[in-house]
Design a protein around this ligand. Structure first.
Ligand code: G3I
Length: 448
């Protein structure tokens, strides 16, 4: 299904979308009582990996919908799931996750385009020239399907070996195309969806070590030569053999200093009780201390479905009860007592205003921009509504997440929720006119 059809399909589920708007409103009312809203109050997203097969379980989706602001399909966007035979794309499971997320105002991370694992066997049989074509076709086919709908993509995953050498890992791509395959993949990805942030993602790169330094040198080379890269993902799978490194923050910062965003992409920490909680606190604090650490994703909702379920590495136990690690993360994110919350700055008095400008105009469409400005108190988050004239539809949105109820678009921040008193942020959107050139109406801005 292409994006237009995906949009039409979503519009057809009007009841679900209306419910989504209500969910978004409930989120803003609850403000910093959940992981997602507390992180938004710090200008970050807090996400989780999701498996399509669990979306039918009421407790799973209730926890997901209540707590998280971003989702990463755990397996459903991988090459074996999306292009099992050459040129035949299958998106049903990934679509299920994306539709679920969007209908509830959550962002989506894309994982992953080029990886040596979960690769269908046909890829490994190709010669170099054919493999290059297949890699680019896979990137454009998968990213094209979700164009404008994914905030960040893991373009290349785990291309470096563990150990001290800093060498590249053997894979069909590395072995047949050489080091340049990574750069080629990023260039193809930028062409496929210019709005998506393009990340390199890996594990055991969380502290300063030979592997992370090899990745660092690659990113430095890319940024110096203008190879399109926007972010680096740090998987952050921790246990007693691979504990949270003491130089985690310094490592995140040195990448950020190259001019890229950093994201914690697959966080889980084996353990339990206060020790596990303390480790989670260290991770959250490290991200919050690095301005360009834009968000964190835990690798699953509940311990019982974790890839390391025996190590109980997540924030909710097998019965969806909040663990001490959950309380620690919420507290480290500012939780209750954050801006606009009881005990926090701006309690009960936070306000904002929203103003609209048309920033670009062409025959079939236009770009609109809304400036959200905090009142005389700092705000932790905001919600703004935009009512579209009849026939017009929104085809893209940036710096915000949207829930639609008929022609009313309710926008919440993606990373830009927290505003100091009197300061502003903007979100923008592209509208298809469908014959109507009227201006949209910007309604109430609600601060929390
Ligand atoms: O879907 C099949 C099912 O049909 C079959 O009956 C069953 C029997 O084993 O396997 C199912 O596939 C499994 C798949 O998860 C979906 O559940 C695979 O065996 C299993 O290997 C696969 O594991 C995933 C793993 O990546 C594969 O490498 C984990 O769920 C997933 O959490 C894990 O995620 C990776 C990231 O993508 C990259 N970083 C490391 C991280 C942890 O390994």
């Amino acid at each position: 299904m292409n994006m237009m059809l995906r949009r039409l399909s979503r519009a057809a589920t009007a009841g679900l979308v209306a419910a989504a708007a209500l969910t978004a409103a409930a989120h803003s009312a609850e403000a910093a009582d959940t992981l997602g809203s507390a992180a938004a109050g710090q200008g970050r997203y807090f996400g989780t990996a999701v498996a399509a097969g669990h979306l039918g379980e009421a407790d799973y989706t209730a926890t997901l919908d209540r707590e998280f602001g971003s989702v990463t399909p755990e397996n459903e966007m991988k090459w074996d799931a999306t292009e099992p035979s050459r040129g035949t794309f299958t998106f049903a499971s990934a679509d299920r996750i994306v539709d679920h997320a969007q209908s509830r105002g959550m962002d989506v991370r894309g994982h992953t385009l080029v990886w040596h694992s979960q690769l269908p066997s046909w890829v490994g049989t190709l010669g170099a020239s054919d493999l290059r074509t297949a890699m680019k076709d896979h990137i454009s086919g998968l990213m094209g399907h979700y164009k404008g709908e994914i905030h960040s993509w893991d373009v290349v995953n785990e291309a470096f070996q563990d150990g001290g050498s800093g060498a590249r890992r053997s894979s069909p791509f590395q072995d047949k195309l050489g080091d340049g395959f990574i750069e080629e993949a990023f260039r193809a990805a930028r062409a496929a969806d210019p709005a998506a942030k393009l990340c390199y993602n890996d594990y055991n790169t969380d502290g300063v070590n030979a592997k992370s330094t090899a990745v660092y040198n690659m990113v430095k080379d890319f940024t110096s030569r203008g190879v399109p890269i926007d972010c680096v993902g740090f998987q952050s799978h921790f246990n007693s053999n691979s504990p949270v490194p003491s130089d985690y923050r310094q490592n995140l910062q040195r990448f950020a200093d190259l001019g890229v965003d950093v994201q914690i992409t697959e966080l889980d920490i084996e353990g339990s009780g206060s020790a596990q909680a303390a480790d989670y606190t260290k991770v959250v604090q490290a991200c919050l201390a690095v301005e360009r650490c834009t968000g964190m994703t835990v690798w699953g909702v509940t311990d019982k479905y974790s890839w390391r379920s025996g190590g109980t590495p997540l924030l909710f136990d097998g019965n969806y009860a909040e663990k001490p690690a959950y309380d620690a993360v919420l507290s480290a994110l500012g939780g209750s007592g954050g801006p606009g919350e009881p005990g926090g700055p701006g309690e009960g008095t936070a306000t904002c205003t929203a103003t609209y400008t048309r920033t670009a105009d062409w025959n079939g469409g236009y770009n609109g921009e809304v400036t959200v400005t905090a009142g005389s108190e700092p705000i932790g988050s905001w919600t703004a509504t935009v009512t579209l004239p009849a026939r017009q539809s929104v085809s893209a949105l940036w710096n915000g997440t949207a829930a639609f109820n008929g022609n009313v678009m309710t926008v919440r921040p993606s990373w830009n929720g927290a505003l100091a008193a009197g300061t502003s942020t903007t979100f923008g959107f592209t509208v298809t006119k469908n014959g109507s050139d009227a201006a949209p109406a910007v309604g109430a801005c609600t601060a929390s």
